[in-house]
Design a protein around this ligand. Structure first.
Ligand code: NAD
Length: 432
């Protein structure tokens, strides 16, 4: 199988590579070479014209040694078994790096949601939950939003789950609307978490923010919030893109006005030429490929996985890459980048703000007590800075890449939980 084309095989190859250097029992890596459960379901949806369409939905529980599994649901035409398993494996590592009491999961539906009417989208969201109701639950597996899903969709899903179970159960899904038990600060959490990691890295590297030129691929939930917070600190966001292409301006963009216009016209390239802000900022249109290869200081892939491959790795000029998307750099491409002395802040740390605040939402739902936004931001900062410090410290002291450090920490934590159940050495030596 071609690793370039199979993201799960690539994720497994990376796990093995990371496991070799991590000084953990081979049993831990063996355990994580297999997904515990992978459910595939056909989701019948009544379309507005009266016909029925069948969509394929997936849910993968990767590993639950550290707790109930946790991971988003993606609605995208390219969703497939391999992608769902890779994303679920990365969630397992991510939750362990952040020190959360969760294993990893992921779900998705192979669909282009932009082609559905709002009512078709609602029926699809409910059909997904009907198919997966026996596999999810507050102590089993807790979904959340991911690419092309949002709080409204999570709201429909919780409602469907509660209808099936005939009881209120807000802790079954996170990323809900606030009015249905969602948490303050969940919408910005992934971007804020990434921003906090960049702030910590900048402190250690002595960056002066106005001198740092940033390119961001993917201007959705995660990309927008990280861009907004970086700009507030003085960073220059010189390039941004969405699925239809990107824009570049040496002087930098005003993120709030680009975002407002994008919401109106749903396309970033139209932002500065079809509306009143046309004259405000000189810019040029660029492709997503060009964006990745720009000569900037900081590159932030915040869209989809597998965008930096062996084909373009040697063309990447940015010395620092922060992975806000899950899995944007394939394993062999990373080896090329590390050979070029690039510093890569890995997804399993950089985008963990989302699952950290999802964890807060789950805790609030279970205790029936809602926290203030300040409290959530403080606790997020405390948790992600702690995780960042551990990864950075391990990287410095054990001379590892930041990804290798993050995997090492995660595999050791999972290893401790595996050992607590009893390992081969334990039983072989007949210890009591
Ligand atoms: P989103 O749906 O809000 O935004 C996705 C953005 O990516 C959109 O702007 C879309 O136009 C763009 N995009 C899609 N295909 C693209 C392509 N081929 N080239 C360039 N841009 C493209 O999704 P999101 O929640 O912001 O997620 C983005 C990434 O962050 C994903 O990899 C996701 O798994 C990861 N992530 C999200 C969260 C979260 O809480 N939302 C948490 C952790 C990780």
């Amino acid at each position: 199988m071609n690793k370039q084309n199979d993201i799960y095989q690539d994720a497994l190859a990376r796990l093995q590579q990371m496991g070799q250097g991590a000084d953990v029992s081979p049993e831990v890596v063996d355990l994580l070479m297999h997904a515990e459960v992978l459910v595939t379901a056909s989701l019948p949806v009544r379309m507005d014209d009266g016909s029925t369409r069948y969509f394929t939905g997936y849910r993968c529980h990767y590993n639950n040694v550290l707790g109930p599994t946790k991971g988003g649901i993606r609605f995208h035409p390219q969703v497939n078994r391999s992608e769902v398993q890779a994303l679920a494996l990365w969630m397992t590592i991510k939750c362990a790096v952040a020190g959360l009491p969760y294993g990893g999961a992921k779900g998705g539906v192979e669909v282009n949601p932009k082609e559905l009417s709002p009512m078709e989208l609602e029926r699809l969201s409910r059909a997904y939950v009907r198919a997966m109701a026996d596999f999810i639950g507050p102590d089993i597996d807790i979904p959340a939003p991911d690419v092309y899903t949002n709080a409204r969709i999570m709201g429909w899903m919780v409602d469907e789950y509660e209808t099936i179970k005939r009881q209120r159960s807000p802790a079954v899904i996170t990323g809900k609307p606030i009015s249905l038990g969602g948490s303050l600060g969940r919408d910005e959490a992934t971007g804020r978490g990434a921003y906090l990691c960049i702030r910590e890295m900048a402190d250690r590297l002595g960056w002066v923010s106005p001198e740092i030129r940033v390119a961001i691929q993917g201007f959705g939930n995660a990309g927008y919030h990280v861009a907004r917070l970086l700009q507030k600190d003085g960073y220059r966001i010189v390039a941004i893109s969405d699925s239809k292409g990107g824009i570049y301006s040496e002087g930098g963009f005003d993120i709030e006005s680009v975002w407002t216009q994008k919401i109106k016209v749903r396309q970033i390239q139209a932002v500065y030429c079809e509306h009143t802000v046309c004259e405000l900022v000189e810019h040029k249109k660029i492709s997503n490929k060009e964006l990745l290869e720009l000569d900037v200081d900081l590159l932030i892939p915040a869209a989809l996985e597998g965008v930096i491959t062996t084909k373009n790795a040697a063309n990447i000029k940015a010395p620092y890459i922060v992975e806000v998307a899950n899995g944007p750099i394939l394993t062999e491409a990373e080896n090329i980048l590390l050979g070029d002395n690039k510093i890569i802040l890995p997804d399993v740390l950089a985008n963990s703000g989302g699952v950290i605040v999802s964890y807060f939402e789950w805790v609030q739902n279970r205790s029936g007590y809602a926290w203030s936004l300040e409290e959530i931001r403080e606790r997020l900062e405390e948790m992600i800075v702690k995780a960042f410090n551990e990864v950075w410290h391990t990287s410095m002291h054990e001379e590892r890449s930041l990804r290798s450090s993050a995997y090492t920490i995660a595999l050791r934590r999972i290893g401790d939980a595996v050992a607590a159940h009893g390992t081969r050495e334990y039983f072989k030596n007949g210890k009591k």
